[in-house]
Design a protein around this ligand. Sequence first.
Ligand code: DAH
Length: 336
Amino acid sequence: MRAMQLAELKAKAEALREEWQRALASVQDADGLEQVRVRFLGRRGELTRLFSSLKELAPAERAPAGQLLNALKQEITDALAQKAQLIEEQERARRLAAERYDFTLPGKWRPLGHLHPLTQVRLEIEDIFMRMGFDVASGPEVEDDYHNFEALNIPEDHPARDEWDSFYIDERLLLRTHTSPVQIRVMKSRKPPVRIICPGRCYRRDNPDATHSPVFHQVELLWVERGLTMANLKWIIEEFVRRFFGPGYEMRFSADFFPFTEPSAQVHIRRPRGEWLEIMGAGMVDPAVLAEVGYDPEEVTGFAFGLGIERMAMLRWGIEDIRLFYQNDIRFLSQF
Ligand code: DAH
């Protein structure tokens, strides 16, 4: 083998320097970088090969040649480390940009929608009375004449029927004009004591205006037991109004007439600086109604009321047109 000269080794080292610099410059990622490392510094790498050619030099030349190669090795090692760091930083920046998560930003709420204001009011009314020990009952919206009128002491040609202009389905069936028929159904199916409320939809042939809708909602209440009086009715109503509206609302209790109650009353509420609005009809269940369902009017007494849910909502929020509840205008509904 021909002995190598120092000059020749220097030239090779110089060529190698240019080569690894070019190779390093074209590296894009960690894999590419590893390839460069193996190619030049690996066990069979190009620099390693130069090292093994040291022994071909004259002994006096070996030390300076060794220094030269060691310097080159150090240079490559440093450059690789620097490039590795650069690649890692670039990779991190790329990942952050791609994922677009910034965990330092505050969270965001996403609107879910909510219950209709009339549903909110109904649930709250149910809640108040359930806490007072009332059960929630229900009855059909397509009702017969007997339960809607007859059994409530409103015979066929009674003038009071004018108050309940009805949607008839046939001779016998109609859309219930109030929730009072549920009183009859409940009393016929249970023995006293009876303590129920019944929320539900009602229908009347009224022309829609700011305070009338052909479909609306009531909550009926009925309590039948031995020894109940008008004073108990008044307490329940006052307590309910206080719990539902809180302070600032006024209540007025006055006489009225319903065929199924005797005596009968009506209740008006006024919100702060507002108008009086009737919220319910009420009264002591007429003995004729108790007798009709097979209760003994000598034995038990009862009271009842029919409360307008829309009216309660209008009073709570100061809404002046009942039609807003049915138009499904999200600008209105989203306020509750
Ligand atoms: N049912 C009546 C109506 O819709 C309201 C009513 C009055 C209900 C007196 C009652 C009551 O339970 O006792 O106009």
